[in-house]
Design a protein around this ligand. Sequence first.
Ligand SMILES: [Zn+2]
Length: 151
Amino acid sequence: MIRYIHLEHEFVENFPDCLQRGVIYISMQYATASHLCCCGCGAEVVTPFSPTDWKMTFDGESISLWPSIGNWNLKCRSHYILRDNRACESAPWTLEQIEAERRRDRSAKASYSKPIGLDSSTLPLPLPPLPSSEIRERKGILHSFFGWWNR
Ligand SMILES: [Zn+2]
């Protein structure tokens, strides 16, 4: 059950220690949003923005997140979509859906590699630098690809 249907959004640099219910905090610096579960259970739900996680849209008045927020790792197992600062309840997850989602997430993350040279200084936890041999290898792959493309 969703108890907090209407959310206020707040753009912040750092998340406050104590989140308020019914508020979604958005940190562009960390490309992450955080709110307390809309069912009222009080669990903190953190939604990072990335090509394989959530996408946030802001139309100047309200924010939306996509895809839906499925708290299948929480006790409440709530599942909702945040659209235009409103939480719309979605069907509860079945065990099969949870398994499928776990698999999709794993394979999306495994097949996605960050472009070389992306500024990682804004990430909350810096990724360990690649060994230089691996970077050389990756650049080599790109070079041979573009070399082939330009032929
Ligand atoms: Zn909850």
